[in-house]
Design a protein around this ligand. Sequence first.
Ligand code: NAP
Ligand code: GDD
Length: 326
Amino acid sequence: MPAKKVLITGITGQDGSYLADYLLSLGYEVHGVVRRVALEDQRHRMWRINHIADKIKFHSGSLESYPSIFKIIEKVQPEECYHLAAQSFVTYSFEDEFSTLNANINGTHYVLSALQSVAPGCRFYFAASSEMFGRAEEVPQRETTKFHPRSVYGISKVAGFDLTRNYREAYDMYAVSGILFNHESPRRGYEFVTRKITSTAAAIKLGKAGKLYLGNLDAKRDWGHAGEYVKAMHSMLQQDVPEDYVIGTGETHSVREFADLAFKCLDMDYERYVEIDQNFFRPAEVDLLVADPSKAKKELSWEYNISFEDLVTEMVKSDYDHLSKA
Ligand code: NAP
Ligand code: GDD
């Protein structure tokens, strides 16, 4: 049997890279949408997938361009499509609301519309987010919890979620959303708080930095490991009936706890090095996120066994090892 064809948008990102690793290990023919600038500077812009670049078929395209997305889908004829590409940094969505809405809403609409036109049998995954719950109306948050987004990023994800649901209902497409809570790894972007903490703590330990400037230390997140979450994405596209699922650990920790543990991994006290900088506070904050992933556990048989301590330790160790050699 020929290998199943999959198309991943956002393949150069954290999740795209783990998903590509996973799907290659399952024998898929993996196609990835990348921006042209990434193809021009593969060493830097494709650092997360350089180890598998020779096994992936790349297609140049952008969320800003419907024709580019349409042509790729028409040519590849994927059987599964994971739409992960997005402006994913919440802080930036306050700075540039318009481009965040454009890329995240129109980009999702372009992929769905092109699939419906030229590959309607393709199964579609949308990367929805716990940011949609925002000022959450219940704890923990589950599939039925009402959305109350607190950023343009969150609003764009609610729109993407609704677009996905509507293509499922209106055109009978297998289109689902994974509502994923924060997931991290050594491949996390440096602007997100976990990687900012682990990379700066390692730099301080090695004498390459002095202080770590952070915003709200009291925000709480449900942090899991990205490598495990991509398995849930795949599983969502293998069901008999297309449905949306919440994915998270069911545990929540504050930014302060994360920093405390990260510095302790390097035998340091975070209170000596962390300084509060008002610039890193958001105009509207999401105070507490914690998942109820029981539907995914039951219906997808999705299991998650990595402790918060192990996640933080892995990220600190990776940054320390990397910076020691730099
Ligand atoms: P990420 O590391 O920021 O990766 C984002 C990807 O989107 C990159 O490959 C980026 O390409 C691509 N992209 C951005 N704008 C684009 C555009 N205009 N045209 C084409 N590609 C574009 O994000 P992630 O952490 O892997 O997250 C993957 C998805 O899951 C995102 O949609 C995110 O919003 C969502 N999500 C993430 C989490 C989480 O905790 N990580 C939780 C819930 C939902 P470049 O490399 O060229 O910039
Ligand atoms: N980035 C950042 N930088 N966040 C900080 C800082 C800082 O210096 N100081 C405190 N924080 C707080 C933020 O205010 C927020 O409450 C929390 O740390 C987490 O911020 P991020 O790591 O930037 O992630 P996020 O929760 O806003 O968004 C991530 O998770 C979402 C799922 O809930 C992103 O990956 C989104 O794409 C994703 O949808």
